[in-house]
Design a binder for this molecule. Structure first.
Ligand SMILES: [Mg+2]
Length: 387
């Protein structure tokens, strides 16, 4: 069976967009995440997710259309590489790469449905059938943070990452108070991670701040220190990894597998964190994961995105010999309310890897319509129901 691509549609999500912690603030109406639906002549369709706006995905689809129209829909790696190489002069590593990410994920979904196999098996085989999600939240003032953490623990998470302001933006004393509050709230058995959010605009701190803060974090048993430096400070990360007494991580803003080569080959991190909805999809992420694995660096997916991104991360981490976590932004309607069967943590705080064909997701198209403003997106139609 050869399935040919007949259409690719961009589906924006907005209305309850989770705050990303950026300085300029975040309106829930902002469209930061966009689904793509790839349709084929055999009636099989696939779903992908892009960490960018519908305007940029739609513009990218116009650019990419001559290269995907009528193409074989069950050769994800070849077709994604064709899309990258055919558009190198526009958006290389930028918005076009973000759009290709969603297309690639959808193509793996189609390949799985066409062959009756879960994506994890198609990626090479399943080393595990469940994995620990870390609940991801933003830092806040101590008392608000305490309540947020209690909420995450009550939802069954055994690992929690706190990120961004006010950590690193006010004072050393407040930073320590936040981490102390967090440890006291969740107790010794819940893993805690800290994300400084050094990719924020005009990040003020350098290497010395990062080293001193790392020494404080280790006193509270923090599992890793993320984005302690700006995302392009390769030499800073190399030094920090050597000096810090806990694992150092970054990588969420990088795109294209080639961008990761110096970070991995020069040993800039303990854990590398590509986002499957930005980096180029599962095809690109798998190659980064294996390069990292062969340098004894753990891939921990960045996943501040959607149910589709989370499902892709579950399949990818299932197919790696060593994997420990996936990121799970919580709460998020774009994870919980766009699928017919929501993700459910077991009593160990682990998530099962989907076993149904493809990504193993049943999309709730009414749920998608609620946040896209597009009615009947599941049935090929495209009609705006609200502005
Ligand atoms: Mg981060």
């Amino acid at each position: 069976m050869v399935l040919k691509i007949t259409n690719i549609q961009a589906i924006p999500l907005h209305g309850r967009t989770p705050d990303s912690g950026w300085t300029q603030g975040m309106d829930p109406g902002e469209n930061l995440m966009t689904l793509v639906k790839v349709e084929t002549d055999g009636g099989v369709s696939g779903i992908g997710s892009c960490y960018t706006s519908e305007a940029l995905v739609s513009a990218s689809l116009r650019l990419l259309r001559p290269y995907f129209a009528g193409e074989c829909a069950i050769e994800p790696e070849r077709l994604s590489e064709k899309l990258h190489q055919s558009t190198f002069w526009q958006g290389r590593g930028g918005a076009v790469a973000h759009a290709i990410s969603g297309i690639d994920i959808a193509l793996w979904d189609i390949l799985g449905k066409a062959t009756g196999q879960p994506v994890a098996r198609l990626l090479g085989g399943t080393y595990r059938d469940r994995i620990k999600p870390y609940g991801s939240i933003l830092f806040d003032e101590p008392e608000v943070l305490r309540k947020k953490l209690e909420g995450v623990v009550s939802r069954g998470f055994k690992a929690i990452k706190m990120g961004w302001a006010p950590f690193g933006r006010v004072s050393r004393e407040l930073d320590e108070k936040l981490v102390k509050t967090a440890r006291e709230t969740v107790g010794p058995d819940v893993e805690l991670m800290v994300d400084a959010g050094g990719s924020e605009q005009f990040w003020p701190h350098g290497y010395k701040w990062a080293v001193e803060t790392a020494r404080m974090l280790v006193d509270y048993g923090v599992a890793w220190f993320e984005e302690a430096l700006p995302p392009d400070d390769l030499d800073g990360f190399i030094k920090l990894r050597e000096q810090a007494p806990l694992p150092i991580t970054t990588g969420e803003v990088l795109t294209r597998r080639q961008s990761f080569i110096p970070w991995i080959e020069r040993g800039a991190v303990d854990y590398i964190q590509p986002d499957v909805t930005k980096v180029g999809g599962l095809s690109e992420m798998r190659r980064i994961a294996w390069l990292a694995y062969d340098h004894n660096i753990l891939l921990v997916p960045h996943g501040w995105n959607t149910a589709v991104g989370l499902a892709a991360d579950l399949h990818l981490t299932a197919a790696m010999p060593v994997a420990r976590w996936v990121e799970y932004i919580t709460p998020s309607p774009y994870i919980e309310e766009i699928v017919a069967e929501p993700f459910t943590l077991d009593s160990d705080g682990l998530l099962p890897v989907p076993t149904k064909p493809g990504l193993g997701l049943e999309i709730d198209w009414d749920g998608v319509a609620r946040y896209s403003g597009m009615r009947a997106v599941g049935r090929g139609g495209k009609k705006r129901v609200r502005s």
